[in-house]
Write a new protein. Structure first.
Length: 697
């Protein structure tokens, strides 16, 4: 991680004797980085290892603030140019080399589709804004199954943004609050405000809470408060008390790293446990009988020394082998352990021959800071040019060079075992293959809470049909649109990303329940003829205790909110596996079967059984399942005929939704009265035998 120098309040070019004053902080770095590595290697027992990043944030806030406060007190100001130049020499050489090496390795190993994202993410990492980029892409750090090779750079972006802002802010505070206690009050106010932002964004916009500085600033700020309290060698606690608090702090850090999981609502209030634990560890200092003695032993501090380099290299080392297999399989445990261990010597090499020499380059240190900034600008331009050039020079083979026949709707489909040249949509186009609902503002984003009054169909006599749910409801819109265009229905859409029509009680997303209630109230006030519910239940419930029970409760509550006068159809969810098949298909264009979704993994039978059982409990509810048109007995093909089935790891493409349109519209019309002057759309008879139809729920 990009912390400031060594484990001391001095700069990294100070003597070893001075650095040894706080060897325990080097030990804290070791604990933090190992938690992160073990978490990313998916070693059992470290499901919350991501808290190591929070420990780094507290350490950074403490170290940088100690240095800045001493400068303000002793010299009355901060040499900003020199300060930023030291940060650049400390952090950028190793970070830039890893970016460049990762781009080169990715060019050789990953799918051409994936490499496009590698280039984009690399450029964001070079400019230290990957956290903002991931927020823009609504990345879920704890659940991402097709992760960026630079996902770990998010924390470096947060730290660099903190380093850019904090000296200016601290100098401003020092100007108006010269007394220690007034400075402490001002800093405490900022800490509290940032923590409130963190709590709010965790429920309102989780990616922003996780990745953005305003929600993380308080973690650095708490470290800064400890620095202010310990300035001039002061102690906060008596030695015996400090020792006890130190052990409590270490237990909080390790405990959260082992007890938390990817299902923990994070950062939220849970983040306070490791953050306060890290602050206690620092505040306890080297009190006799405390954890400092354990944290200061040489094997531990050695890992602390290389912690920044280890953080940089561990993620691409762990992820690149998986990416080379197009993300279709996870590495076995022994391989993940071996790769994690291999990161140690690799990090030592980076530390010894890049990180340390980068700090000590005399021709940069002895010159004015502008030379450092000039060299940095040149390095950034070189890396960006290399990444862009590599991306432009790629001539990806995105198909097998031969066409396939048009898809024929049939039960138990057999997948096309190659990527046809007439594939619709193409692998290059599929990333943008969204329903029109995303373009016309009808589909609500994670941050939008208002209702979208979107109705298509101009026949005023036609029955009103409502599509309600998350993006897995929105994906059915292209299949339903022909009904509205023909005048058979008036189709109303209420869909919102990440927000099922049946939100489980644990869903940490404040705007979702409010939006669901608003939609339900609107429908109760003006009941439609038919309500179609689509939900990605697997996403919200998988890996939780008693998922079936939770889903039954959520679905039952959802149905009871809706008007009894309306008929309700639960649409069985489409198969999903969490990774993007197009990435795999671009790598295995002649072996498309390799990229098929295995049926047992793609379908959560427990949740599907719950949906059927819930539907049977209500007289006005039916369950409609099109799975047998998407999957055969063993797998769910990624290509059927010349049609690409999946846009990503769980959504079907708009083209495949149109392919299913005959079956979907026929099923819907079975629950509606006929409309004069319109024609029904009927699929082949054999299709009707494999889907649930009225009277056979």
């Amino acid at each position: 991680m990009g912390t400031t120098g060594s484990s001391t309040i001095k700069e990294p070019d100070q003597t070893a004797a001075v650095r040894e004053k706080r060897l325990d902080i080097q030990g804290m770095r070791a604990v933090a980085v190992m938690l992160v590595v073990l978490f990313h290697a998916e070693i059992p027992g470290f499901g919350g290892g991501y808290v190591g990043v929070d420990v780094f944030f507290v350490i950074s806030g403490f170290l940088i603030s100690t240095h800045l406060l001493e400068s303000l007190r002793n010299r009355g100001g901060i040499g900003f140019a020199s300060f930023y130049a030291r940060r650049v020499r400390r952090l950028l050489p190793a970070a830039f080399l890893v970016i460049l090496a990762t781009v080169v390795a990715a060019r050789l190993l990953v799918s051409p589709i994936q490499f496009r994202y590698v280039v984009q993410d690399a450029i964001a990492a070079v400019f230290y804004v990957p956290n903002m980029w991931f927020v823009h892409n609504a990345t879920d750090y704890l659940a991402e199954k097709t992760p960026s090779l630079f996902l770990h750079y998010w924390s470096l972006g947060v730290e660099e943004q903190f380093y850019l802002l904090w000296p200016l802010l601290l100098a401003l505070l020092f100007r108006f609050f010269t007394a220690r206690w007034t400075m402490a009050i001002a800093m405490s106010v900022m800490v509290v405000l940032s923590f409130v932002v963190c709590l709010y964004l965790t429920t309102a916009a989780q990616p922003a809470a996780f990745f953005m500085l305003p929600a993380r600033m308080w973690e650095f700020g708490l470290g800064a408060l400890v620095a202010l309290a310990l300035l001039d060698g002061r102690r906060l606690f008596a030695p015996r008390v400090a020792a006890v608090l130190g052990w409590i702090g270490l237990a909080a850090v390790l405990g959260s790293g082992m007890v938390f999981t990817i299902k923990t609502v994070y950062p939220g209030s849970a983040v306070a446990i490791p953050v306060l634990g890290a602050a206690l560890l620092i505040a306890a200092g080297t009190a006799p009988g405390g954890p400092a003695a354990v944290l200061s032993v040489r094997p531990v501090t050695w890992i602390g020394d290389i912690s920044y380099s280890l953080y940089l290299v561990h993620w691409p080392v762990l992820v690149l082998p998986v990416a080379a297999g197009a993300y279709m399989d996870q590495l076995p445990m022994w391989a993940r352990i071996a790769l994690a261990l291999a990161c140690l010597p690799l990090a030592w090499l980076l530390y010894t021959y890049v990180e340390v020499p980068g700090q000590r380059l005399e021709w940069l240190r002895a010159a004015r800071p502008r030379r450092t900034f000039g060299v940095t600008a040149g390095a950034m331009a070189t890396i960006v040019a290399t990444a862009v050039t590599a991306g432009l020079l790629i001539q990806p083979k995105l198909d097998a060079g031969k066409p396939a026949p048009d898809v024929a709707l049939a039960a138990s489909p057999v997948g096309t075992d190659y990527v046809p040249s007439n594939l619709i949509p193409t692998l290059a186009e599929v990333d943008d293959d969204n329903s029109v609902l995303y373009d016309n503002g009808c589909h609500r984003s994670l941050h939008d809470a208002g209702l979208a009054d979107c109705v298509i169909g101009s026949n005023p006599a036609a029955p009103r049909v409502v599509l309600f749910g998350d993006s897995h409801a929105a994906q059915w819109f292209p299949a339903l649109q022909p009904l509205a265009d023909s005048g058979a229905v008036r189709l109303e859409s209420h869909t919102k990303s990440g927000c099922p029509a049946a939100p489980p009680s644990h869903l940490p997303y404040a705007s979702c329940p409010a939006w669901v209630e608003a939609v339900a109230a609107k429908l109760a006030a003006d009941p439609p003829a038919l309500i179609l519910l689509g939900n990605f239940g697997k996403r919200y419930l998988e890996d939780l205790p008693n998922p079936g029970e939770l889903w039954q409760q959520a679905l039952t509550a959802a149905i009871e909110r809706l008007p009894a006068e309306s008929h309700i159809v639960l649409l069985a969810d489409t198969p999903s596996i969490g990774v993007t098949p197009s990435i795999c298909l671009a790598r295995f264009s002649d072996e498309a079967d390799y990229c098929a979704l295995q049926r047992p993994e793609a379908l959560n039978e427990e949740l599907r059984a719950v949906e059927r059982n819930v539907a049977e409990r209500f007289d006005n509810v039916s369950y409609v399942d099109f799975t047998e048109l998407i999957c055969n007995d063993t797998n769910c093909p990624t290509i059927i005929g010349n049609t690409l089935v999946y846009r990503d790891g769980s959504h079907i493409t708009t083209e495949f939704a149109r392919v299913l349109s005959g079956a979907v519209t026929s099923a819907v019309q079975g629950y509606l009265p006929p409309v004069p002057g319109t024609e029904s759309v009927s699929p082949p008879q054999d299709i009707l035998t494999v889907m649930k139809v009225p009277g056979n729920r």
